[in-house]
Design a protein around this ligand. Structure first.
Ligand code: RIB
Ligand code: CA
Length: 316
């Protein structure tokens, strides 16, 4: 494709992650060079399966998909919560049956990220939209190489609003607070796209329904997103959590941010909370730009993914 900017998505492939893949492929602003998988909405195994199937559905079966962390740091296992199954369906993609295609690559997620950081440096954009476990593993292995990445924008956390799993915690941080702490305290510059802004970007059911006549990909995404809307905020629509992180990564001017020195609470009632340091000596490096305001995004999102559906129909 020859685009200068390269993009890696790192995700727990549920429905809004699927929308983020479609947005990334439709935008034409960076070349999607790989998807690394974590866990959360689904297990790592299912995230890999869903990603392979979605990339194939969306006309990009050649993009490598890497296995990643299967559980949180220090945890013995991971089980998908009932809440996630309700919102994303038992298979993570709204119980829509996708044809199984492709196999994962041999490189583990953290190594894939490090190799790409070395190769593309400032031209690489990394967007985690699941737990931060793979990024934490890459930082633990070689933080200087992670520093070479041009832009890191993650979906997760909530600074000014309540969480969506507990009053304190947003799901991606809740699923691995230790990883979030490592990433947030690394001092590596990054942008946090949390519930502070994603809840301001609702996609309505009529938009999702309008994709149903747009070929195989449009039909599948329409069915998934209608399922998501029904099980998330029903009357209002669904929040574009993960697509917004990709949107801001590709067009930073979509968000207004403020720099903070952030951490994550790892234990107790507030586990999973993302919070700014309060002591001056801990605030010397406010490396996390927290998105606090966002431009309207649903129309741009819709235009971008319907453009992709139309191109796929023309080449079918
Ligand atoms: O809290 C929303 C986030 O949790 C999104 O990334 C969603 O896909 C889930 O992972
Ligand atoms: Ca996600």
């Amino acid at each position: 494709m020859g685009m200068e900017k390269k993009l890696i998505l790192d995700m727990d492939t549920g429905i809004d992650d699927a929308m983020a893949i479609a947005y990334a492929l439709g935008s034409g602003k960076a070349e999607l060079i790989g998807v690394t998988c974590s866990f959360g909405n689904v297990t790592n195994e299912t995230a890999v399966r869903n990603t392979l199937d979605l990339l194939s559905l969306l006309g990009a079966p050649e993009i490598p998909v890497c296995r990643g962390a299967e559980r949180a740091i220090g945890a013995e296992s991971f089980t998908v919560s009932k809440g996630c199954m309700d919102v994303h369906g038992e298979n993570g993609v709204g119980n829509v049956t996708l044809p199984h295609r492709g196999t994962p690559c041999d490189t583990a997620a953290a190594d894939f990220i490090l190799e790409a950081a070395e190769k593309y440096g400032q031209n690489l954009i990394l967007v985690p939209t699941g737990t931060l476990t793979n990024l934490a593993a890459a930082i633990r292995k070689d933080s200087e190489t992670v520093r070479k990445i041009g832009r890191i924008v993650f979906m997760g956390g909530a600074l000014t609003v309540a969480g969506n799993v507990t009053p304190y915690a947003e799901a991606n941080i809740w699923n691995d607070p230790e990883a979030a702490k490592i990433v947030l305290e690394s001092g590596i510059p990054m942008t946090m796209v949390g519930l502070d802004v994603t809840l301001k970007t609702l996609l309505t059911r009529d938009i999702a329904e309008s994709w149903a006549e747009m070929g195989e990909a449009g039909r599948a995404l329409s069915e998934m997103v209608c399922y998501y809307i029904q099980h998330e905020y029903e009357a209002l629509g669904c929040a574009l959590h993960d697509p917004l992180a990709v949107g801001i990564a590709l067009d930073p001017e979509l968000a207004q941010t403020h720099p903070f020195a952030m951490t994550a609470v790892t234990k107790g009632e507030a586990a999973g909370r993302t919070i700014a340091h309060s002591f001056p000596h801990q605030c010397v490096n406010p490396s996390v730009q927290v998105a606090l305001e966002v431009e309207p995004f649903a129309a741009l999102f819709n235009e971008t993914i319907t453009g992709l559906f139309k191109r796929l129909m023309e080449t079918a």
